[in-house]
Design a protein. Structure first.
Length: 160
């Protein structure tokens, strides 16, 4: 964690695809606040215990070995008992796509090495399709040229 730069770095060999990456958490104010709050909590615990705690998230200054039970309880309390941690990666990819984040940037942020694997996460819904059509329809050039073509087709049919 580099709080001054507002980034977290995952070192090569510590990620699913073994590639390192940097995530600029400070670009998300709510996430930055969470990280600062957690760091303050850890600093208090370090003073109380008289030792450094190298983890951002921990249990009483000890590393978290497993969070599966805590995850299941949190999901149940949130009303989404079947949610998987891995679902968050799919959600992130869909949000990158919907926000228009360039695919190369989204792949770096999500840690996908290949576009084929990335596309498995970039699920397109019917709402996405409708939004795509709305965006095209909102383009001024589309309105003008489409209106002329439709009017021309209608005139041609009336002549026939």
């Amino acid at each position: 964690m580099d709080f001054a730069a507002g980034t977290v770095r995952l070192e090569p060999g510590t990620t699913k695809n073994d590639e390192g990456r940097t995530f600029p958490f400070a670009a998300l104010p709510r996430l930055a606040e969470l990280m600062r709050s957690q760091r303050e909590h850890t600093a208090v615990l370090e003073r109380e215990q008289g030792r450094l705690i190298p983890w951002v998230f921990h249990r009483g200054g000890k590393p978290i070995r497993s969070f599966h039970v805590t995850w299941r309880v949190a999901c149940r309390r949130a009303g989404v008992p079947e949610r998987l941690v891995h679902d968050l990666r799919r959600t992130a990819v869909r949000r990158f796509e919907r926000a228009g984040v360039p695919r190369s940037v989204a792949m770096k942020l999500s840690g996908h090495k290949t576009e084929s694997i990335y596309r498995r996460y970039a699920i397109v819904s019917e709402a996405d399709l409708a939004e795509g059509v709305r965006k095209v329809a909102a383009m001024p050039a589309v309105h003008a040229s489409a209106s002329r073509r439709i009017a021309g087709i209608a005139e041609q049919r009336n002549r026939e």
